[in-house]
Design a protein around this ligand. Structure first.
Ligand code: TRP
Ligand code: ZN
Length: 877
C-alpha cells in the first residue's frame, strides 16, 4: 500500500482487447460468493499479435480460468495484487473465470457488499474489479447477461440491469433470475441487488408511446416513503423529453434504497441505487430541503441515462463530461419545477463557499485533471459543480436553441460510445459557430479567477467606463495562469430612475442579455449614451464562476438591494452589504473595540421587511446572513472566533431592532394546511423559520415560547427540526434537554431521523459540543461503518460547527484525526472526504496551523489507503 503511483491523462491508450458480451453468474453467500464470468473478447484490429491481455482484479480469489474451454496452465498467465495478465491470447476468444469474494467483509462499500442484510453493488468508478477479473475501464462497453442465484427466504428479490428474461427454482431452497441488458455499457454501470425488498410500482408513457414500468424497491417499513421520489421521477422523465428530446430506452426503470452508501446515488443502467437519505421522504420525517434534494437527485440519476450511460466517458479524466453536464441538467430541472431564483441563490451560495474553498486549498484541480492517484478522490465540487457552471456558461454563450442543437448533435453522434470533453465542446462549437478555443481553458486551468472591477461616469460625454482586470491565483502544479474567457452579464442601473439603462458598447447595442466578454488580462469597456450616473450591476445570475470585486459603497449596495432588476444580484447586494458590516465587526472584535451595528444594514433589512411584494422564498434568502464558512472564505486569514462573534452580533442586533417585524412575519406565515412539498408552502415555511431564527437570537420569552410551541405542535419535520435546532442551540437547556430526549425516543426506530438528531446536537455553539460528539459516537444508533452516520455526526461537526471544531486546544482536530485513522481501514473513500477540513490548515493562525499539521502528520504515520495517502500528501506538500 505504500507510495501508490499516479495515473496520467496523457498516457491514455485505447484498450488492446474489447469485450463484446459478458455472461455473469452469481452464487450469493455472505462469506464466499462465487462469480463466474464468461467474456467474449476480441483483439483490437490495430493491435499487434501476441499483445498480452490485462484484466483488473482486486481482492479476488481465482478458482478457475480458461480460454475457449481450455483451462490455462500456470505459465500462461500471471496474477498480482491488482489484476491478471494472459500471455498470448488469440485474436478472438472466450475467457471464462470463476472467483470467490466475501461481501460480508466489505466495509469499503465498493464492489459487492451487504447492507442491512441485502446484497448490493457499487461499481463506479473502479469497483467492478472487486467482483470479477475484467478490463475495468469506461471505454470497454459490452452487453451483459446476469444470473443471480440466491436463497428464496433471504433474497426473495434478485435484481440486475436491463430486463428479467428467465427465472426458476433450484434445489436447497434457492432460486435464480437471469437479466439481460441489451445496451452496451461500461462495467462501472453494472449493478446487482438481492434481498428482502418490497416495491412500489407506477407507469410512464414515453413521448413515442412506449410503456415503461417504474419500480422503487425498499425495506417493508419504508413503503410509505416513496411517493415523492416516484412523482419526481415522472416529472424528470417528462422534462428530459420536453427539454432535450430524450426518451427512456428500456421497458423497466428501477430504483433501490440502500442504507449504507458512500455517495448520494448511482445511475446504474435501468437499476439506480440510492442512498436511503436521497430517496425516502415523509412529511413527518423529512424537511423541505430533504424533499428538494430527493427531487434533484432522482432527476440527476435519471438524466445520466443519456448524459453518462448512452454516451459515456472515454477515461476517468473526462468525469466532468457526464457529471458537470448532468448537474447542469438537474439544476435547470429543479429551477423549472420550483422557484428558479431561489434555486440559483442556493446553488451559488453553496458554490462560492465550498468550491471556492477547494480551489484555494492544496487539493485544487482543474475540471479536467491531468493526473490522479485514486479516482474516487476526484468526485469533487470542482468536477461536479464547477463543471456545471462551465456548461452553464456555454448555454448562456450559445442561447437555448443553439445549445439544444449542440446537445442533439452530441447524443446522436456519440450514442453508444465513450468520448471526451473535446467531443462535447466540438458539438457545441459546430452548433453555434462560436470559437471556443480560449473557453477550453475552463477545463484545464484550476483556481478561481479574481476580477477587480472599477467604473467611472463621464458626465460631459454621458459615458460609463468600466475596467475589468482578471487574475487567477497559482494552484498546485500550475504557477502561471492565462486569462480566461469570462462572460459578465451586467446592467447599469440609473441612480435617478432606479431602472436599467440601455447598454451600448461604443455605440453598439449590447442587446437585452447585456453580456460583455472579458478575454484579456485587463479590458476597459466604454458604454455610450448613458444619460445618468449609474451603479453597475455586475455578474448577474453569477454568469461565470469567478470572484468579482468592485468598490461599492454601502449606499450603492443598499440602492442595488432595493432596485436591481436582477433578483440574484439584489440578493448578492444584500450579501455584500452584510459582508462590509461584518468585516468592520471582525476587525473590532480582534482589536477589542466595542462593536457597533451599521445602521445602513438595519435600514436595508427594515425596508426588505416593510416593502412586501417580494417572492417569499427569495425574501427568506435575502434575510439570511452569509454563513460563517462563506465569511471565512472572504477573509485573508480566518479568525474563527471573530467571525462567530461578528455574525452573532449582527444577527442579535437585527433581531433586537426589528423584533416586531420578525414577529409579524412569523405570524403572517403560520399555517395549519396539511403538509405538501409545494413551492408556495415551502416559501412560507422558510420565511417563518427565518423569522423564528431571529426571534430566538435574542431569546426573549416570546421567541422561546414560539419555538417551544412549534416543536410541540409537531406539524411537519421542517418546522419541528428548526424549532428543536433553535432550542438546542440556545441557552435554554431546561427546554432543549427534554425536547431532544422525547424526539430521540420517538424516532429511535428511524435511522434517517436519528441522523438529524445527531446533526442538531453537534452543531450547538456551546463549548460542550465536542464532548457531545465523543459521547454520541458511543450511542447505539451510531456506527462508523455507516457513511450517513459518520456524515451526520462527525461530518456535520467538523464542517458546520466551526468555533468548536477549531477549538484553540486542538481537541477538534484530534477528534477528526482519530476518526479518519479508523475509517482509513474501514472505508477509505469516506475517510479521505472527511479529512478535508484539516487540509485547509494554511488558512488559519500560526498556533492552529501547528496543531492541524501535527494531526495530519499523525495520520501520515499510519499504513494508509491510496485515497487518504493522496490527500494527506497534497495537504503536507
Ligand atoms: N455517478 C454518481 C453520481 O454522481 C456518483 C457516485 C455514486 C459515486 N456512488 C459513487 C462515485 C461511488 C464514486 C464512488 O450520480
Ligand atoms: Zn452524477
Amino acid at each position: 500500500m505504500s507510495e501508490p503511483k499516479p495515473t496520467y491523462r496523457h498516457d491514455y491508450r485505447p484498450p488492446a482487447y474489447r469485450v463484446a458480451h459478458v455472461d455473469l453468474t452469481f452464487e450469493l453467500d455472505p462469506a464466499a460468493t462465487r462469480v463466474k464470468a464468461s467474456l467474449q473478447m476480441e483483439r483490437h484490429p490495430e493491435c499487434k499479435e501476441g499483445e498480452p491481455l490485462r484484466l483488473d482484479g482486486e481482492q479476488l480469489i481465482l478458482k478457475h480460468i480458461a480460454i475457449d474451454g481450455q483451462a490455462l496452465e500456470s505459465d500462461e498467465y500471471t496474477l498480482d495484487d491488482d489484476g491478471l495478465s494472459v500471455r498470448q491470447p488469440p485474436a478472438r476468444f472466450r475467457l471464462d473465470t470463476e472467483v470467490e469474494i466475501a461481501p460480508c467483509d466489505n466495509t469499503a462499500l465498493e464492489g459487492l457488499y451487504l447492507s442491512s442484510g441485502m446484497y448490493c453493488t457499487q461499481c463506479e468508478a473502479e469497483g467492478f474489479r472487486r467482483i470479477t477479473y475484467y478490463p475495468d475501464r469506461p471505454d470497454v462497453m459490452a452487453t451483459y447477461s446476469t444470473t443471480v442465484i440466491g436463497d428464496k427466504a433471504g433474497q426473495p428479490v434478485l435484481l440486475s440491469n436491463g430486463n428479467p428474461v428467465k427465472r426458476g427454482e433450484l434445489p436447497d431452497g434457492r432460486h435464480f433470475v437471469t437479466w439481460n441488458d441489451p445496451f452496451p455499457k461500461p462495467s462501472y454501470l453494472f449493478a446487482l441487488v438481492a434481498g428482502d425488498l418490497k416495491k412500489v410500482e407506477d407507469r410512464f408513457t414515453t413521448m413515442s408511446g412506449r410503456e415503461v414500468t417504474l419500480q422503487i424497491w425498499v425495506e417493508e417499513e419504508n413503503l410509505g416513503k416513496t411517493d415523492h421520489a416516484m412523482a419526481s421521477l415522472k416529472r424528470a422523465m417528462k422534462w428530459d423529453e420536453e427539454t432535450y428530446g430524450r426518451e427512456y430506452d428500456l421497458d423497466l426503470f428501477m430504483i433501490v434504497a440502500v442504507n449504507d452508501f458512500n455517495m448520494g446515488a448511482m445511475e446504474n443502467k435501468g437499476l439506480n441505487l440510492f442512498n436511503s437519505a436521497a430517496v425516502l421522504t415523509h412529511p413527518d420525517t423529512a424537511t423541505d430541503a430533504a424533499f428538494q434534494r430527493v427531487e434533484g437527485i432522482v432527476a440527476h440519476e435519471y438524466f445520466h441515462n443519456w448524459s453518462g450511460n448512452r454516451v459515456t466517458c472515454r477515461d476517468w479524466f473526462q468525469l466532468s463530461l457526464k457529471e458537470g453536464f448532468t448537474v447542469f441538467r438537474d439544476q435547470c430541472f429543479s429551477a423549472d419545477v420550483n422557484s428558479a431564483a431561489v434555486k440559483r441563490i442556493e446553488d451559488v451560495a453553496f458554490f462560492r463557499t465550498a468550491q471556492f474553498a477547494e480551489d484555494a486549498g492544496p487539493t485544487a484541480h482543474p475540471v479536467r485533471p491531468d493526473h490522479y492517484i485514486e479516482i474516487t478522490n476526484f468526485y469533487t465540487l470542482t468536477i461536479y459543480e464547477k463543471g456545471a457552471e462551465v456548461v452553464r456558461m456555454l448555454y448562456n454563450l450559445m442561447g437555448e436553441e443553439a445549445f439544444r442543437r449542440g446537445s442533439d448533435r452530441y447524443f446522436e453522434r456519440f450514442d453508444g460510445q465513450a468520448v471526451t470533453i473535446e467531443d462535447f465542446v466540438d458539438c457545441m462549437a459546430e452548433a453555434s459557430g462560436q470559437d471556443l478555443t480560449q473557453f477550453m481553458r475552463w477545463y484545464s486551468q484550476a483556481g478561481t479567477p479574481e476580477i477587480d472591477a472599477y467604473g467611472e461616469y463621464d458626465y460631459a460625454n454621458a459615458e460609463y467606463h468600466l475596467t475589468l482586470r482578471q487574475r487567477t491565483p497559482a494552484t498546485p502544479d500550475q504557477p502561471e495562469k492565462a486569462p480566461q474567457h469570462i462572460p459578465v452579464r451586467m446592467g447599469l442601473v440609473g441612480t435617478k430612475s432606479g431602472r436599467d439603462l440601455g447598454l451600448s458598447l461604443e455605440g453598439e447595442s449590447l442587446g437585452s442579455d447585456g453580456v460583455i466578454h472579458l478575454r484579456e488580462a485587463e479590458q476597459t469597456f466604454v458604454f455610450t449614451d448613458v444619460p445618468e450616473a449609474p451603479v453597475p450591476s455586475l455578474l448577474r445570475g453569477f454568469s461565470a464562476p469567478v470572484q468579482l470585486r468592485f468598490p461599492y459603497s454601502r449606499e450603492d449596495l443598499a440602492f442595488l438591494l432595493a432596485n436591481d432588476s436582477d433578483g440574484f444580484n439584489r440578493w448578492d447586494a444584500g450579501q455584500r452589504l452584510a459582508m462590509l458590516a461584518l468585516d468592520d465587526l471582525i476587525a473590532a472584535h480582534r482589536n477589542g473595540v466595542e462593536k457597533v451595528m451599521d445602521p445602513r444594514v438595519v435600514d436595508a433589512f427594515r425596508s426588505l421587511l416593510e416593502r412586501g411584494g417580494d417572492d417569499k422564498a427569495v425574501l427568506a434568502e435575502m434575510l439570511t446572513l452569509p454563513s460563517e464558512a462563506y465569511i471565512a472564505e472572504q477573509q485573508p486569514l480566518v479568525d474563527v472566533e471573530a467571525i462567530h462573534a461578528a455574525r452573532t452580533f449582527v444577527k442579535q442586533s437585527l433581531a433586537a431592532t426589528l423584533r416586531d417585524d420578525f414577529l409579524r412575519l412569523y405570524q403572517e406565515n403560520e399555517s395549519d394546511e396539511p403538509y405538501a412539498p409545494q413551492p408556495e408552502q415551502i416559501a412560507r415555511r422558510s420565511l417563518k423559520n427565518v423569522a423564528l431564527g431571529y426571534l430566538m437570537a435574542v431569546e426573549d420569552e416570546e421567541g422561546v415560547e414560539l419555538a417551544r410551541r412549534q416543536f410541540e405542535a409537531d406539524h411537519n419535520m421542517t418546522d419541528v427540526r428548526q424549532a428543536l435546532t433553535l432550542l438546542t442551540h440556545s441557552s435554554r437547556d431546561d427546554l432543549a434537554a427534554p425536547a431532544l430526549r422525547s424526539f430521540g425516543e420517538k424516532w429511535a426506530h428511524d435511522s434517517l431521523v436519528m441522523d438529524q438528531w445527531f446533526a442538531i446536537q453537534v452543531t450547538r455553539p456551546q463549548t460542550d459540543a465536542l464532548d457531545r460528539v465523543r459521547h454520541l459516537m458511543a450511542h447505539p444508533a451510531f456506527s462508523l461503518k455507516n457513511p450517513n452516520k459518520v456524515r451526520a455526526l462527525v461530518g456535520t461537526f467538523v464542517n458546520q460547527n466551526r468555533i468548536n471544531f477549531h477549538r484553540a486546544d486542538g481537541e477538534g482536530y484530534r477528534l477528526l484525526a482519530d476518526v479518519v485513522i479508523e475509517l482509513n481501514r474501514l472505508n477509505p473513500e469516506i475517510a479521505s472526504r472527511l479529512v478535508t477540513p484539516l487540509t485547509r490548515w494554511q488558512r488559519f493562525d500560526e498556533p492552529r496551523q501547528e496543531l492541524m499539521r501535527a494531526e495530519l502528520e499523525r495520520i501520515r504515520a499510519e499504513k494508509l489507503s491510496p485515497n487518504v495517502y493522496e490527500v494527506i500528501e497534497k495537504a503536507l506538500a
